[in-house]
Design a protein around this ligand. Structure first.
Ligand code: ADP
Length: 599
């Protein structure tokens, strides 16, 4: 309905609104034009019966004219068509009954015709339930009247009017016109409604198709973005590997003090750059849904010691007190979970705590909240007495690429990805991070995690490569390196020479297989992406060799690729280990030791 119609409005266009369905519009039109017809018909009837001196009928026709005029005005002023229809039907029903029982005291063809109009009108205007109600209200009294009259016992103290032929003709004529008008109107709008439904169905189908295409496009571009980032990571990490590796080597070469200082800056910046690349990659991995959580055995206390051990030094360098408090109930327990991801979460939170604290302390607390049979709930908390976070920023800092403030970005650097990664890693495990902070006083980051507990005793650190192996053992190792990048080859050679190892170099996978056929090697360091034959195919060839010693030679994959599935692929291809470039020299040598000592 339109709000702007005034009291003196008589136009139908002003009371029909575009939002209404075709059927409702048809209902309003039906009332509007129907009122005209009924008004004219009752006017003619009034004149006819009045001049014949049929007073009861004249009153009835007059009442009908008056009611119709009032309802018409109501419709053109406030088109509440349901209420108006009810009013019209109630008046119609009362008139019908009064004609049968009082005015005429008989039933004739006009009565029946009017009942039919009422039935059709009530169904079309108000639907099934009200249609049935008004139909019964009009037919039952007539049937009752017929029964009473049949028994000859209908007596009333009013003299009935006699209806003449002219009145019958006028009434029949009016009701025929009304019936035809109602049906015709409704049928047209019914067809229109079906057409509209069909059209909106077609529109919906077109929209769905567009939507599907848009989703497909978005997915494609996300995939392209993610692939691009992975490729870029490889491209960036390869030279970065050389920079970090070379600076490590130079540091081992007892540099002069001023050279050492420069080297430290070089190493720090390269490591920083690597951390940023890794953050972007991790975030990309999570966002593209490629992250799969591991469920392996680990000792939480050892893990926390390891993560915080390195950070403790950083805190001490800044003159901060660093405390790690672990609940005694968690000691000597082995859990199932993903230690890599827990490390990543704690590492990010602790690094931030140290980064944003100038004096005071950083406190990492691990508490056992609940210890059921084979499940524990652990609360992790990282607290600091640092700069704090504005309350308005508490939510936004969890969003990617969002930092506390521009000034903070300039002062502390970073990508604004650390907390976004933490949040997403926790989200994916159905956990939530809580942050409490006060500007100038410090912050606390909290989250809970549940772990299934392994029933086995914690493994003793027998296979940890902390055991010192004699220097000459390493020096005696025959190492084959399959690597096409000249800088990397140079780097590896220099690195291994520190342990007295002189490696053999194969410039691609095919050469590595040939070397294996003709020579004896204790271990292979295999780059994965090489020309002619890649690392996977070369491993495959080697594993097929007839000599069991050669076929089972330990192979460590070396790659700068950061693709999520690469680790699984490496093990699937039959390699024994995986070192991601750029690696720390100690990591590589530990891997070599653990694999060769076992053999
Ligand atoms: P980045 O550290 O690379 O800036 P993060 O996502 O780790 O990115 O952190 C986002 C922002 O949250 C930081 O820039 C900093 O403003 C704020 N923040 C995070 N941890 C702390 C903390 N412990 N104390 C104060 N501010 C913090």
């Amino acid at each position: 309905m339109r709000d702007e119609v005034g009291f003196f409005n008589f136009s139908i266009y002003k009371i029909i609104s575009k939002e209404q369905s075709y059927l409702d519009q048809a209902r309003i039109r039906l009332l509007y034009y129907g009122f005209f017809l009924v008004f004219v018909a009752s006017g003619v009837l009034f004149v006819s019966v009045y001049f014949q001196g049929q007073h009861l009928l004249a009153y009835t026709a007059g009442l009908l004219m008056f009611s119709v005029a009032v309802l018409f005005k109501t419709l053109t002023y406030r088109p509440k068509w349901q209420a108006i229809s009810h009013a019209l039907l109630v008046i119609g029903t009362l008139i019908n009954i009064s004609i049968v029982y009082v005015s005429l005291q008989s039933i004739n063809v006009v009565t029946l015709q009017v009942v039919i109009v009422v039935i059709v009108f009530s169904y079309y205007m108000l639907g099934q339930t009200w249609g049935l109600v008004y139909s019964l209200l009009n037919t039952v009294p007539i049937l009752i009247f017929l029964l009473i009259e049949y028994q000859g016992s209908y007596v009333i103290g009013i003299k009935p009017d006699k209806i003449d032929q002219a009145t019958i003709i006028i009434s029949l004529f009016a009701s025929f016109i009304l019936l035809i008008f109602i049906h015709n109107h409704f049928y047209t709008s019914f067809l229109k409604n079906i057409k509209q439904l069909k059209e909106s169905g077609e529109e919906q189908a077109v929209l769905n198709l567009k939507l599907e295409k848009a989703i497909e496009k978005a997915e494609k571009s996300t995939r392209a973005k993610s692939d691009f980032l992975s490729t870029m990571s490889h491209e960036i990490r390869t030279p970065l590997n050389a920079v970090i590796g070379m600076s490590n080597l130079l540091m081992m070469d007892s540099p002069r003090p001023e050279q050492k200082e420069n080297l430290e800056i070089l190493r720090f910046s390269a490591n920083n750059l690597l951390a940023i690349v890794n953050d972007v990659l991790d975030f990309n991995k999570i966002e593209s849904g490629k992250l799969v959580f591991e469920n392996i055995r680990f000792n939480l206390v050892e893990l926390m010691d390891n993560v915080c051990g390195g950070q403790m030094l950083n805190a001490e360098e800044k003159g901060l007190e660093f405390k790690l408090a672990i609940d005694d109930r968690l000691k000597n327990k082995v859990f199932f979970g993903d230690p890599t991801r827990i490390t990543q979460i704690i590492f990010n939170l602790v690094s931030n705590a140290i980064k944003f604290t100038h004096k005071g302390s950083v406190w990492v607390k691990v508490t056992c909240l609940e210890d059921r049979h084979n499940w524990v709930t652990v609360k992790f908390s990282v607290m600091d007495t640092g700069i704090g976070i504005k309350e308005t920023n508490l939510r936004s800092i969890l969003e990617p690429f969002t930092q506390g403030s521009l000034a903070a970005t300039r002062e502390y650097g970073g990508t604004g990805l650390g907390l976004a990664i933490v949040k997403r890693l926790l989200d994916l495990q159905g956990r939530e991070i809580q942050i409490f902070s006060k500007i100038g006083e410090g912050s606390e980051f909290l989250f809970n995690m549940e772990f299934p507990v392994s029933t086995e005793r914690p493994a003793k650190k027998v296979d940890e490569p902390t055991e010192k192996t004699p220097e000459n053992f390493l020096a005696s190792l025959k190492v084959l390196i399959a690597e096409d990048n000249v800088v990397n080859v140079m780097l590896m050679k220099k690195l291994l020479s520190k342990w007295g190892i002189i490696p053999t170099i194969a410039e691609n996978g095919e050469r590595a297989v040939e070397f294996m056929q003709y020579g004896n090697f204790d271990i292979i360091l295999m780059d994965l992406q090489m020309p002619v034959m890649n690392g996977f195919d070369a491993t495959n060839e080697i594993r097929k060799m007839a000599d069991p010693k050669k076929a089972n030679v330990p192979i460590i994959a070396l790659t700068a690729s950061a693709m999520a599935e690469i680790k699984d692929k490496v093990y699937e291809a039959g390699m024994n280990g995986y070192v991601s470039k750029p690696f720390k020299p100690d990591d590589l040598i530990e891997k070599i030791q653990s694999l060769t000592i076992l053999n």
